[in-house]
Design a protein around this ligand. Sequence first.
Ligand code: 2AL
Length: 243
Amino acid sequence: MRIQLINPNTSADMTHAMALSAQSIALSTTQIIACTPEHGPKSIECAFDEVIASAALLDLIEQGKQQGVDAHIIACFGDPALDAARELADAPVIGIAEAGFQMASLIAHCFGVVTTLSRTLPASEHLLQKYGYQHKCSGVRATDIPVLALENIDPAAYLLLKTECLAAIEQDGAEAIVLGCAGMSSLVEKLSAELPVPIIDGVVAAVKLAESLHQLGLQTSKKGQYGQRVSKAFTGRYAHWSL
Ligand code: 2AL
């Protein structure tokens, strides 16, 4: 099986780190094809970043489709352009936030989310609402650690992250924690060893969901919302999307 793992921000170091996590958990028969867009923000931390990153992300989905990959993963916790990517792709497209919520809800009565900047809290809350997981979520907490500071995280920032996870468990009643950034993928083992509840990284959750869907022969439904996009002309720099 070939899984296209897309980091929608332009930080190649972050792509490399999440690819290592993904490959370490994948079946030996699964190949992870990690990609980074050429154009866009170095990290995705607000709605503006997300919209700008989405165009390049969709180009990568199309590239993966041309290469015949068996699944696409959008490895950013805002699940940017997930619905649009599903319109484009035939193979399953999995967002790491939805994957994290799904896995957490199977092993815990309620889960907490611990994410990066406070300003991303409403975005995470909107996703929980959109996917129907609000009733399973004990709360979303921010660490105010910028996404790029997660690479080579310093001890003070790590302590902050662990402290918010503990607060989610002790104060909010979280029975599992979903990590709210793809950049936290490399920290899941250490956090799991140090905290008393399951810690879920959306990147590896997405890999395992992709493998399951592939083994079951399940593809994106092309009836209704994720059907072929509406055919029309696109102009200017988006002319390549004309259908
Ligand atoms: C993210 C993420 O996963 N990648 C990125 O650039 N920003 N998420 C976040 N909560 O800031």
